[in-house]
Design a protein around this ligand. Structure first.
Ligand SMILES: C=C(O[C@@H]1C=C(C(=O)O)C=C[C@H]1O)C(=O)O
Length: 408
């Protein structure tokens, strides 16, 4: 099985997986127990024979290097719990208890199953959008009706799926390596999902969105909301980014998220900084409005709030659910075709001292043999245009589609 993470040009793998636990995503007791369990996991603990370690794991842990990014796994080389909390309250959360994450060789893994020049590279043989772009546009219109009925000042994030079939089973590590090569500024995660009913599946994502990182008393969140697809012409591309920064509908969409995060984190902090206006960040396929929010936890909050508990406090934000949260989640479960599960969940790590980083599971796929399932969503507010939201979700899926070799 493949458990790996890449951020800021560095690739991380566990020295050893000592156990895997799963429970309901909304089960606070279960998740508190995960954080407690990692405090009791000795570094280099003997491996549980039922959960073999990753074959490509380096044999000796490398010396912990200085963190270059708040998302990096524990620089102290401490045991970490690495996992995902799903979107719906009753979805499955999976955590792998590892003896520590160590930095692998740059650009790992070494093999390249997805190298298009290799004859054994799996190729895309079929694509099935669920629903079609037209049906999705109709669902967006239905969401706009709901928002209008409530007076307009609301948001619903609506998504759609794409089921891809490959010509041969896809190695999740290969997809992760490709995403990492193409999206150096995103955090790449490959995370086996525990579902006893299903054939083994792995979540792979290249996410640009940081839900929360905690290092000691310092916290950082960088929500995204308000997006436009990039353009191939450099002049037009730059112009789209410039227009996004000044676009009233997208700024409103963004403000919902910043407000929710500031309201949740502000009371825990002695110092707290929210930018007055968002900045622009780009991925391979999208421009996004982003707000880096930073704080210093109070001494009491530092003791009580580990990274996973902070992630649970924020998740799901209006970037992936909407506002107000419960109303938006009800609308999503009525309007979307199926439950999202890990998509738009929170994935990352927490260590024995409560430090950690959780990322929003977007630009993601679930890989299961020859099947690859993609998801992308878009925030709907008063003024959204259904066809544009369909185009936006299509563009968001391009990050994974290109890495699969299924798009230019
Ligand atoms: C839901 C997704 O993206 C979220 C919605 C965004 C938006 O509506 O602009 C931007 C980033 C994400 O927070 C996704 O990419 O699937």
């Amino acid at each position: 099985m493949t458990l790996a993470m890449a951020s800021a040009g560095r690739w991380w793998e566990p020295t050893r997986i000592v156990g895997t636990v799963s429970g309901r995503s909304s089960d606070g007791e279960f998740l508190a127990a995960v954080a407690a369990q990692i405090r009791d996991t000795p570094p280099g603990a003997p491996s549980d024979p039922s959960t073999p370690s990753t074959p490509s794991t380096p044999s000796a842990p490398s010396a912990p290097s200085a963190p270059s990014d708040p998302s990096d796994p524990s620089p102290s080389g401490l045991p970490v719990a690495f996992g995902v909390v799903g979107f719906e309250p009753d979805s499955r959360a999976t955590f792998h208890l590892t003896a520590g994450m160590v930095e692998g060789p740059p650009g790992a893994p070494r093999s390249s199953q997805l190298d298009p020049r290799a004859d054994h590279a799996p190729t895309v043989v079929s694509l099935r959008p669920r629903p079609s772009a037209d049906d999705y546009s109709r669902t967006v219109a239905a969401a706009l009706d709901r928002i209008a009925r409530e007076g307009g000042d609301r948001k619903i994030v609506l998504g759609r799926w794409q089921d891809v079939t490959m010509s041969a089973p896809l190695q999740p590590a290969e997809l992760a390596a490709r995403l990492h090569a193409r999206n150096p500024a995103s955090v790449v995660l490959a995370l086996p999902l525990a579902d006893p009913r299903a054939q083994p599946a792995t979540l792979v994502a290249a996410t640009p969105e940081l839900l929360i990182a905690r290092r000691g008393d310092r916290i950082l969140s960088r929500p995204l909301a308000g997006s436009v697809p990039r353009a191939s012409d450099p002049g037009e591309d730059k112009e789209r980014g410039r227009r996004l920064l000044a676009d009233a509908k997208n700024l409103r969409e963004h403000a919902f998220v910043v407000r929710a995060i500031a309201d949740a984190l502000g009371p825990l902090c002695d110092e707290f900084r929210v930018p007055a206006a968002p900045c622009l960040i780009g991925t391979d396929s999208m421009w996004h409005l982003a707000s880096p929010i930073a704080g210093r936890l109070s001494p009491q909050a530092t003791k009580e709030w580990d990274a996973l508990r902070l992630a649970r406090l924020l998740h799901p934000t209006p970037a992936v659910a909407g506002t107000p949260r419960t109303w938006a989640m009800d609308a999503i479960s009525e309007l979307e075709e199926s439950p999202r599960g890990p998509f738009t969940g929170a994935a990352g790590w927490v260590d024995a001292v409560g430090d950690g980083a959780f990322h929003v599971v977007i630009r993601a796929a679930v890989v299961q043999g020859v099947s690859v399932r993609l998801f992308a969503g878009a925030g709907i507010v008063d003024g959204s245009i259904p066809a544009e939201e369909a185009a936006e979700t299509g563009a968001k899926m391009m990050t994974v589609m290109r890495a699969l070799g299924g798009a230019k």
